[in-house]
Structures are given as structure tokens and as C-alpha cells.
Design a protein around this ligand. Structure first.
Ligand code: ZN
Length: 85
């Protein structure tokens, strides 16, 4: 199976997103994915964090947890909104 046959749900997970410099220190920020524990469950979240000072957005739970379907784009939009103000 070629990479083109991958489940489209997974293809955009690490799509590149445009992120403004950190509003706090001007550092470079990245979209990150993490697992949060809510025993007996765990769920994935997306957020953006500054590499330099650690400033970060809130978590955007994905996969329908809390009825939410967060994406890297949601986290990027939140980051850019803060960075622009
Ligand atoms: Zn920073």
C-alpha cells in the first residue's frame, strides 16, 4: 500500500500550519500533540507551544472527546489570534 492510500483522517495530522512568532518572547512555536489522562480514558489534544519560553494555548481535544474534534488548525488559529493582539 502506497502512502497515497493512507486513511485520509491521518494524512493532515502533521500538515504544516502557519504560526506567528511568540507574542511573549518572539520565539518559534510548534503545533504539538499530547495524550491527556482522564481515567479510565485517555484522549489526544492539540496545542501550540513556544520552544523558548513555553507559552502555550489551551488544549484542543480531538477524536470526539467532550464532543470536540480539535485539529492542529484550531490550535494554530488560537495561537495566531493571541500573537496578533
Ligand atoms: Zn515565547
Amino acid at each position: 500500500m502506497s502512502s497515497a492510500d493512507r486513511n485520509p483522517d491521518f494524512a493532515p495530522r502533521y500538515m504544516s500550519v502557519f504560526l506567528l512568532p511568540c507574542p511573549c518572547c518572539g520565539g518559534h512555536a510548534d503545533v504539538q500533540e499530547a495524550k491527556r489522562q482522564d481515567p479510565p480514558f485517555s484522549y489526544a489534544v492539540w496545542f501550540v507551544e513556544c520552544r523558548k519560553c513555553g507559552l502555550r494555548t489551551k488544549d484542543f481535544p480531538s477524536g470526539g472527546y467532550y464532543g470536540l474534534h480539535g485539529t492542529p488548525g484550531n490550535a494554530a488559529a488560537e495561537w495566531n489570534r493571541r500573537a496578533a493582539t
